[in-house]
Design a protein around this ligand. Structure first.
Ligand code: PLP
Length: 400
């Protein structure tokens, strides 16, 4: 009756044997720095960039030290200046406003919908306030990208995409990260590829990418990039761009290359788990699921559901009761930031007005990781536990 789940929500899969072997080889020859290559050798980092460019269909790619660094580099590459307002999602994680703050700019938040996407009406209303939008596909929910780009183009606004949760996802067949001028990805342990820390940027814009490569700390060795623009583009900007070291190294790249090859298979595995939990929650009274539309090919590496208008005390009890049964739910409505979860009004360096619609959504948003170390039976059990606890606590049918 009161079965318990015994899995670990932060345990990812091991690194594939092939990746371990590649990492050992790099350690054996000792050339870990990306520009430390033998005669005729490309280097793991340059090869990863080439392969990730091909994976996303981008002309250029750059590998860096973290996803947050990729975001900050993108902001610098498009020329964001100190004090400048930058539009971004009110519903996202701390590295996003953090990247804006790291260049001295000022995050201006856009509301979130009940579908956990950026509110395009609010975006349209605010589009005139900033030159740049840092769009976060938070928890893998992709908004109507065609309408978003129309809004941005009409306002002359540059779009940078944070694809930390959408590596391998797409909108009407266009890979996530390919609508804006630069797409940024993370290869931190909890994302879709795991190198501990790491990030990737893609772009078709030669000058932006030349700036990003120089910013990342290429010195004058940019000629060793296999997925960078031609030398003459660098020659125009190389004396103007500061070196802000944040390169990826060959060891991490070696670990990532085999993971990129296996990504499509892992996406399928994530989505099977996602659909299993979703199915288990579908008929639970007072649970609002986020419906995925046909245009969105997503990666179900986490799942969210809403308990709209539940009192905070009841949600606290639910979190506790689920935790006792081994199910770790995250909640975006907590007064205080907890672990990885925080909210726009916690980011005191980015002062904002209260956003009533966003507050209502965040106060209802429950969030759960779905690591691939869970199997489908685990997922069914997790959904059953949540369903039982929500039903036990939830308001009677007929509403609040
Ligand atoms: C993880 C994450 C990032 C990048 O984080 P790093 O830890 O710096 O790689 C950016 N945006 C979101 C939404 C994230 O979850």
């Amino acid at each position: 009756m009161t079965d318990r789940f015994n899995g670990n929500f932060t345990q990812q899969e091991p690194i594939p044997e092939e990746a371990i072997a590649a990492a050992v080889e790099v350690m054996r020859h000792g050339r870990l720095h990306r520009y430390n290559v033998a005669e005729g050798e490309a280097g793991q980092t340059a090869l990863l960039e080439q392969e990730f460019a091909a994976f996303t269909g981008a002309r250029y790619c750059l590998a860096v030290a973290s996803g947050g660094y990729a975001l900050a580099t993108a902001l610098r590459a498009v020329g964001v200046e100190a004090g400048e307002p930058v539009l971004t999602n009110a519903f996202t994680l701390a590295p996003v406003p953090g990247a804006i703050a790291s260049v001295g700019a000022r995050p201006v938040f856009v509301e979130v919908t009940e579908g956990l996407k950026i509110d395009l009406d609010d975006l349209a209303a605010k589009a005139g306030e900033a030159r740049v939008l840092l769009l976060s596909h938070m928890r893998g929910h992709i908004c109507d990208m065609d309408r978003l780009m129309e809004i941005a183009d009409a306002a002359g606004m540059i779009v940078i995409e944070d694809c930390a949760h959408t590596m391998g996802a797409s909108w009407t067949g266009v890979p996530s990260g390919r609508h804006g001028v630069i797409g940024c990805y993370s290869t931190q342990t909890y994302k879709h590829m795991n190198s501990g820390e790491g990030g990737l940027l893609v772009s078709d814009d030669a000058e932006m990418m030349a700036r990003a490569i120089l910013l990342s700390g290429s010195y004058m060795l940019y000629g060793r990039h296999l997925a960078g623009p031609p030398a003459e583009v660098f020659e125009q900007v190389r004396m103007d761009v500061p070196n802000i070291s944040g390169r990826m190294d060959n060891l991490r790249a070696a670990i990532l290359r085999p993971q990129l090859t296996g990504l499509a298979e892992r996406i399928e595995a994530w989505n099977a788990r996602y659909r299993c939990v979703e199915q288990g929650l579908r008929d639970v009274p007072s649970v609002t699921l986020v419906e995925r539309v046909q245009a969105e090919a997503f990666v179900g590496s986490s799942i969210q559901f809403l308990l709209l208008d539940w009192p905070a005390e009841t949600i606290h009890v639910l979190l506790k009761r689920c935790a006792v049964r081994g199910v770790e739910l995250k909640w975006f409505g907590a007064e205080e930031p907890v672990a990885f979860t925080s909210r726009y009004d916690h980011w005191r360096y980015a002062p904002s007005e209260r956003m009533a619609r966003t507050d209502r959504v965040l106060a209802a948003t429950m969030d759960m990781r779905l690591p691939l170390t869970f199997d489908l039976e685990d997922c069914a059990l997790i959904a059953r536990i949540i369903g039982e606890e929500v039903t036990a606590l939830g308001p009677p049918a007929g509403g609040l």
